[in-house]
Design a protein. Structure first.
Length: 124
């Protein structure tokens, strides 16, 4: 079965996230970004076709907030960026939520401590 992506959530911030959002949009994929009160005019917010607001900046590393943002935007896939969501343990939680993770498997695992933090919604 081939999955044709229509909506992708880029779960990162900053210039790299802005470039990813622009690339997905150029491919004809609806590019959803994340935002919070700390970055209303940031490049990644401006580059997104749609922005889902997080409760706070810690939400960028909070799997539950990212999954909720994906559901609200109807995203089929998440690009986790290079932060804590890219760790194997976080990736597994995103996949458990039924999301396709668009990133290479990292050669590392942040381990049980990061997994506990992610489940608790704490910033690393």
């Amino acid at each position: 079965m081939v999955l044709v992506l229509q909506v992708v959530l880029v779960a990162d911030r900053g210039p790299a996230a802005a470039r990813l959002l622009e690339a997905y949009a150029e491919l004809g994929v609806k590019a959803v970004g994340l935002g919070c009160a700390d970055d209303p005019d940031a490049a990644h917010v401006r580059a997104a076709d749609e922005v889902v607001l997080l409760r706070d900046a810690a939400g960028y590393a909070d799997v539950d907030q990212v999954v909720e943002a994906a559901r609200r935007s109807r995203a089929q896939a998440v690009h986790p960026g290079s932060g804590p969501l890219a760790a194997r343990s976080a990736r597994a939680l995103l996949e458990e939520a039924g999301l396709v993770v668009l990133a290479p498997h990292p050669p590392y695992d942040a381990g049980p401590a990061l997994l506990a933090q992610l489940r608790a919604g704490l910033e690393q």
